[in-house]
Design a protein around this ligand. Structure first.
Ligand code: GAR
Length: 184
């Protein structure tokens, strides 16, 4: 399993912890980042997990695929990875790439919808509930089949930050649970 990220790494940590406790039948075989200085990469380094940084640019797809193959990765978990995965990577891992989104897809997804932008959109739409979605990844943003959704209320007076914090608690439960379901 690998977690592709440029984020702070909290979902990576939740997945790794669930694997360590034996709640998910797998292990984080490689952490792939797009930049050296992300929180996720720093945490993974301290935790002693294998890391590779593959910077986007010329030959990104083949370089990424090569890193995944060398580590014998069999599932890909994205968390805070804001790009579309290169086509050759998707083709090499059919139905084996997952991502998490901090809203109830198909609402509030698509290109540019990540992090705080998502929570701002949920509040602007006047939703009375939000949550997170773990889903399969396709060549389009946020369009793959959902595996699992978890819900929480949106309260009057919520800010994007307060809503993000409530949803993040759910994310850390949802990603390991979705992995349990697909890895059985
Ligand atoms: C998570 O909240 C995840 O839902 C979001 O990025 C964050 C990464 O945090 N992803 C998206 O918005 C995708 N559209 P993390 O690095 O702490 O796991």
């Amino acid at each position: 399993m690998f977690v592709g990220t440029r984020g702070r790494g909290s979902n990576l940590r939740a997945i790794h912890d669930a694997c360590s406790r034996g709640e998910v039948p797998g292990r984080v075989a490689l952490v792939v980042g797009t930049r050296q200085d992300s929180g996720a990469i720093e945490w993974a380094r301290e935790a002693g997990l294998p890391i590779v940084v593959v910077e986007p640019g010329e030959g990104y797809g083949p370089r990424l695929l090569d890193a995944l193959k060398q580590a014998s990765v069999d599932w890909i978990c994205l968390a805070g990875y804001l790009r579309l995965l290169p086509a050759e990577v998707l083709q090499a891992f059919p139905n084996r790439v997952l991502n998490i989104h901090p809203a109830l897809l198909p609402k509030h997804g698509g290109k540019g919808m990540y992090g705080m932008h998502v929570h701002e959109a949920v509040l602007a739409a006047g939703e009375d509930e939000s949550g997170c979605t773990v889903h399969y990844v396709t060549e389009h943003y946020d369009e793959g089949a959902p595996i699992l959704q978890m819900r929480c209320p949106v309260f009057p007076g919520d800010t994007p930050e307060s809503l993000a914090a409530r949803v993040l608690v759910l994310e850390h439960q949802a990603y390991p649970e979705a992995l349990r379901r697909v890895l059985h």
